[in-house]
Design a protein around this ligand. Structure first.
Ligand code: PLP
Length: 318
């Protein structure tokens, strides 16, 4: 199934009134440092604190009455878990979420608080996709993958759609990259709203499977990467995602964990907001020169703000 700009529009209509239309913020300091005009789309202010609510709500709102009754199952290291749990609660759908034992505590607690059943697994020795598939089969539930799902991709694309609607044409759009739901959706939004805009995926240095995949022309698998960007700790990008990314994304680049921590400090001290390490990927690329932006109008998706306070304190001290 091939996805198009119109699918993003339809997702936007489905989530309207349920997801927040998040603010677009600017920073004179960021513009001075980069010599560019930066527009930050702040999904750290989205419901559940990340863009993932968009994709989850879009996917679950399309369930048939039978699917709603049997429930949804998914696996996630964090934000997709919370997003699915809240979307399911709002739509009256039972939810089962498979989460790694080492997921940030705030994310596990929030997921349970939204009424979902949480099952733990070991991300280094167990295959979460197999666990999810088996649960779906055994209990008749519908599996909604965190990124490799057309409805999830299209929901995620509505953040970039709103950004273009608000600020008009952009030369560059910098997008955080884990499994590729946000990047594929953003690229589809750009294809309709700003076909000249260069859409760039940004992933952690330690987990550059996306860059490798784009270069190789096939999905490259890597071991679980060691990075503070826990939302991008994926071993490979998804198939639906890769199909869109190959067609609509100009390049994929990387930033270091030190640059992510520095960008977290920038957001806190200059823009007075909490952004989680993974949410800093796009901004770090602009602020640290990983992608040339001088003289350009640049959109930056700030993807989320869920970080345990002790972890944040440590990163701030560093
Ligand atoms: C999930 C997530 C990402 C990565 O999104 P993908 O769709 O998997 O590429 C980036 N930032 C945050 C905050 C996330 O929760």
């Amino acid at each position: 199934m091939s996805l198009h700009f119109d699918d993003i529009r339809q997702a936007a209509a489905r989530i309207a009134g349920h997801a927040h239309r998040t603010p677009v913020l600017t920073s004179r300091t960021a513009n001075t440092v980069t010599g560019a005009e930066l527009f930050f789309k702040c999904e750290n202010f989205q419901r559940v604190g990340a863009f993932k609510f968009r994709g989850a709500y879009n996917a679950l709102s399309r369930f048939t009455p039978e699917q709603r009754k049997a429930g949804v199952v998914t696996y996630s290291s964090g934000n997709h878990a919370q997003a699915t749990a809240l979307a399911a609660q709002l739509l009256g759908i039972p939810a089962t979420i498979v989460m790694p034992h080492d997921a940030p505590q705030t994310k596990v607690t929030a997921t349970k608080d939204y009424g979902a059943q949480v099952l733990g697994y070991d991300r280094y020795t167990e295959d979460r996709e197999a666990i999810g598939r088996e649960l779906a089969q055994a209990r008749g539930m519908t599996l909604i993958q965190p990124y490799d799902h057309p409805d999830v991709i299209c929901g995620q694309g509505t953040a970039a759609l709103e950004l273009f609607e608000e600020v008009g044409q952009l030369d560059v759009l910098l997008v955080c990259l884990g499994g590729g739901g946000l990047l594929a959706g953003s690229a589809l939004a750009a294809s309709g709203m700003a076909p000249q805009c260069d859409v760039i995926g940004v992933e952690p240095e330690a987990g550059d499977d996306g860059r490798q995949s784009l270069r190789a022309g096939r999905i490259v698998h890597i071991p679980v990467p060691d990075t503070i960007a826990d939302g991008a700790k994926v071993t490979h990008i998804g198939e639906h995602n890769f199909a869109v990314i190959r067609q609509h994304v100009k390049d994929i680049i990387t930033v270091s964990d030190a640059q992510l921590a520095d960008t977290m400090r920038f957001f806190a001290s200059r823009m007075k907001m909490v952004v989680e390490p993974t949410g800093c990927l796009g901004a770090a690329a602009a602020l640290h020169g990983a992608y040339p932006v001088k003289g350009k109008r640049v959109g930056v998706i700030v993807s989320g703000g869920n970080v345990d306070l002790p972890v944040m304190a440590q990163l701030f001290a560093g």
